[in-house]
Design a protein around this ligand. Structure first.
Ligand code: THU
Length: 135
């Protein structure tokens, strides 16, 4: 799975975003170590705080289907009707990544299109992060 293909998957996943409150639509595509891809979108809620980000939707789908190891995630986002922009994952999603990913090798692909993207490791976006290795 190339970065380009993973971004395209995230663009498709974003089409299911449920965002009646923020109208900010996010799509994610999570690549498991075995090559399986899990899409995710943000799912908002009238009570606001139960809202789930696209990245965590993808993680929880994958973990609920037995996957525990991941190599990369592509993220695309924009307000409804606007061009995609490079967006970084929120702090809560970074913490969920810490649970299941190697911070030095897990790649976070922040994309505006399949051709225009930046790649960060989890360690770069979560310096001194707390994870299972600390317990
Ligand atoms: N959101 C995500 O899905 N992922 C992020 O990394 C940032 C924020 C969602 C949550 C909410 O539905 C909307 O974007 C505005 O915060």
């Amino acid at each position: 799975m190339t970065d380009r293909e993973l971004i395209q998957y995230a663009i498709e996943a974003r089409k299911q975003a449920y965002t009646p409150y923020s109208h900010f639509q996010v799509g994610a595509a999570l690549l498991a170590e075995d090559g399986t891809v899990y899409g995710g979108c943000n799912v908002e809620n009238a009570a606001y705080t139960p809202t789930n980000c696209a990245e965590r939707t993808a993680f929880f789908k994958a973990v609920s289907e037995g996957k525990r190891k991941f190599t990369a995630i592509a993220i695309v986002a924009a307000p409804e009707g606007a061009p995609l922009r490079k967006t970084a994952p929120c702090g809560v999603c970074r913490q969920v990544m810490m649970e299941f990913c190697d911070p030095e090798s897990f790649r976070i692909i922040s994309a505006a299109s399949p051709e225009d993207y930046e790649v960060y490791t989890l360690a770069q976006l979560m310096p001194m992060g707390f994870g299972p290795a600390d317990l």
